[in-house]
Design a protein around this ligand. Structure first.
Ligand code: FES
Length: 229
């Protein structure tokens, strides 16, 4: 019989002494393999990372990342929607036929889709409501500079003994064939638009490129090859 107390591990590698029970031996092995607190081990590296904090950080990053992507997508679609492409009609390039269609000194032609009048000014049309010496094509925005009414060309309208004027139906502002204001509350002459003529004689009016009306309106007329003389 041995006098070793119960639960005291015997020397490892040694066989149970004669007379020791098998239970005592197994308990001794279990006691040697159990570590109650690893942090108490010398040199032990204990991680201080909080798993809950990592999860919160991940969820927050996912939320803001998704929000940023959605916001960028929405802004992109809005810019794409608003960006002007191939603008036709008013605000863009409006085809206005061939230069050969505009007789020198003829009646102005109206383009409702581009909101302008187009005429081939004859510098010899020296009447009061005439061209003021302007020669060539001129495009006049049909919007009255006063309060924006549409100004018609009235070839039979008589003003101070002369027929053929632009006459605003709203408050009576009156303009010559070159768009010069001669009467009424409008603050200036009619605005002009840029005219382009290509090598084949096609006329295009850039309705988005407008110049406020002024005393130089007749000089804004352009001469182009093929324009009837
Ligand atoms: S809007 Fe043309 S005169 Fe007033």
């Amino acid at each position: 019989m041995t006098n070793a107390p119960r639960n005291v591990p015997p020397d490892m590698g040694a066989s149970p002494a004669a007379g020791e029970s098998g239970d005592v031996w197994r308990e001794a092995l279990a006691a040697r393999r159990t570590v109650a607190d690893v942090s108490t081990l010398p040199g032990a590296q204990v991680s201080k990372r909080d798993p809950d904090a990592s999860r919160r950080t991940f969820i927050r990053a996912s939320f803001f990342g998704g929000f940023a992507v959605s916001l960028l997508g929405s802004v992109g679609m809005l810019v794409d929607f608003l960006y002007p492409r191939n603008v036709r009609g008013f605000g863009g390039a409006v085809p206005a036929g061939k230069v050969s269609e505009y007789q020198k000194g003829g009646e102005p032609k109206h383009y409702a889709d581009g909101q302008f009048w187009l005429a081939n000014l004859d510098p010899a049309e020296s009447r009061n409501g005439g061209t003021g010496g302007g020669a060539g094509l001129i495009a006049l925005w049909h919007k009255c500079p006063h309060l924006g009414c549409t100004v018609p060309w009235r070839k039979e309208f008589d003003y101070e003994g002369d027929k053929g004027w632009y006459r605003c139906p709203c408050h009576g502002s009156t303009y010559t064939k070159a768009g010069i204001r001669v009467f009424g509350p409008a603050p200036r002459s009619m605005d002009t638009m840029k005219i382009e003529v290509d090598g084949s004689g096609n006329v295009v009016v850039q309705t988005g490129t407008r110049t406020p009306g002024g005393p130089d309106n007749p000089q804004r007329a352009i001469k182009a090859p093929g324009l009837p003389a």
